[in-house]
Design a protein around this ligand. Structure first.
Ligand code: S3P
Length: 167
């Protein structure tokens, strides 16, 4: 029974892309918390933020984390705001295999800036402030940090596999 692998980090850190590669390479199942929320609520993320508000989105996100954590052999890509909800951070702190994919805020903005599907990626100054607020939380709840600035998604997945093999 393989333990789940959790990918956390800010918007644009590559959690979903890396997660898919990792799941393929390790013969695990890939799950994405944002996708789970979209399927479960039948709304897009921008619609949820607009019509129901961020608080409700965070409740859906916490529910998704609980549901997806109940299985095993899974690679789970979280949303960048997973650390906004204290019950999520408590849960993540108690798990093994939580990988923080980090990159500089410049690089992250380059990757996702002004993405219509990301309600919290509208302007660079709020984006950087949010990143700075969350970075210590990602560090605190993760077991390992991977610096992704100059790595391709394949290289990030390979680094994660090396870390897992070494532990
Ligand atoms: C969010 C990140 C998004 C998505 C939502 C909120 C955030 O996920 O959950 O737009 O608060 O950082 P990604 O990190 O996959 O972009």
């Amino acid at each position: 029974m393989a333990k789940n692998i959790y990918l956390i980090g800010f918007m644009g850190s590559g959690k979903s892309t890396v997660g898919k590669l990792l799941a393929q390479n390790l013969s695990m199942d890939f799950y994405d918390i944002d996708e789970f929320i979209v399927e479960n609520t039948k709304m897009t993320i921008p619609e949820i933020f607009k019509k129901a508000g961020e608080k409700w989105f965070r409740e859906q996100e916490a529910f998704a984390l609980d549901c997806l954590s109940s299985g095993d052999n899974r690679v789970i890509a979280t949303g960048g705001g997973i650390v906004e909800t204290p019950s999520n951070t408590e849960k993540l702190k108690g798990l093994d295999n939580v990988f923080f994919l980090n990159a500089s805020s410049d690089r992250l903005w380059q990757r996702v800036g002004k993405d219509a599907n990301r309600p919290l990626s509208k302007n660079i100054s709020d984006f950087v402030k949010l990143y700075q607020k969350r970075k210590p939380l990602y560090k605190e709840v993760s077991n390992f940090t991977i610096e992704t600035d100059i790595l391709s998604p394949e290289e990030v997945a390979n680094q994660i596999i090396s870390v897992l093999q070494a532990h």
